[in-house]
Design a protein around this ligand. Sequence first.
Ligand code: RB5
Length: 146
Amino acid sequence: MKIALGSDHAGFKLKNLLVEKLQHDGHEVLDLGTYSLDPVDYPDFGEAVGKAVAAGEADFGVACCGTGIGISIAANKVKGVRAAVVHDVTSAMLAREHNNANVICLGARLLGESVAIDALDAFMAADFEGGRHEQRIAKLTALDEA
Ligand code: RB5
């Protein structure tokens, strides 16, 4: 798969770790920055990841900041994006199965590296269940025009 990744300075190290992990696993990676520990603004990178996914340039997005919250808010402003802050394997799996999330957001200051890697693996392995969740996703899509 092709995965777009982005982070602010707080998520920089985790993002780089996940870039390496995904490349090792054979995925194509689009690293949208940031590229150093210099302070930057998370909306710029949430927007970049969201736009890459919405444009079909990536199958999924991975966005990291200190909490995962700010960058998820930014990514969710992009039409077609369903970005989910996840904290563990269960929330990562359910973000795909129930919410059909297309961007996973991780809090580098809150999660250990192993938890973040396991959550990403769970997110990538899970599929949207459809069924009763379809109409809810349709309502989320309708909110893009609200
Ligand atoms: C940066 O200090 C921090 O505010 C940011 O990484 C993120 O946690 C915001 O939601």
